[in-house]
Design a protein around this ligand. Sequence first.
Ligand code: 8YV
Length: 313
Amino acid sequence: MKQVEILSVGPIYPASLEAMQREFTVHVLWQAEDKQALLGQVCERIRGIQSFGPYGADARLMDTLPKLEIIANVGVGVDAIDLNAARQRGLIVTNTPDVLNECVSDLAMGLTVASLRRISLGDRFVRAGAWRNGAFALGHKVGGKTMGILGYGRIGKAIARRAEAFGMHIVYHGRKAQADAGYKYYPELVDMARDCDVLMVICPGGPATHHIVNAEVLAALGPEGTLINVARGSVVDQAALVKALADGSLGAAGLDVFEGEPRVPEELFAMDQVLLQPHVGSSTHETRKAMGDLAIDNLRAHFAGRPALTPVI
Ligand code: 8YV
């Protein structure tokens, strides 16, 4: 399929990039020194985009590529791709569901345990030599706590399985109740926040969920509550979050994602009750390779005249 030209707009696992390059003619925009010049040279011939997380595709880029047929995203979240614009242009958009469930939920559970048991803070305490001067303050037990899952989808379910193994009680909120969930469903997020100890954010980003974790929800979670976000920064009103953590009206937070990342509000750096990660939910060799390979499988299927494997639209 070397005659098919693909534009890679964001990083992909190195072995997957090599595999894609063996099969297609790939123009690697994110490695190009002069991106506009590269786009100008190849735009008339590009039939597929390989995107990644925040390196998506807006309407302007789609308009630049008159032969574009498919956008294959490396990642499950497609909030950086203008789906309406893609729909209007009859484009196919694919993502990489399922292959990252285990790693994202491992991190979600890791952040939960690390926040309640203050693992990162304990590490800093030992390194600073503070142990010689006295014992470390007590943390909180994980078992017996209630985890409220915002977004009971594929990853939400994998998180629930892990949390149950740790002895947590599970409740959930989403657009609708799921008949076979076996857990209590809350039609209102604020009511679930009031009743849970850990609010786990794992719903899709985008306009429908923008700032749904707002000041009211954070206040309901309360001074003993912990917010974990492994979804998108946009789901949480970040200014309200920083304020609630600063004044103690929210207990603690474990955050893998931020509004405007990789910038992170500096007020958070000094807060011991906050655990910060650089958006690494799916960042393992195994999972990033599986994500890259699935994106290529989607391109291969489409250009061989078969339906894409994991279409979003
Ligand atoms: C990526 C993700 O790490 O799949 C997703 O939607 O958030 C992660 O797998 C992310 O897209 C990179 O920023």
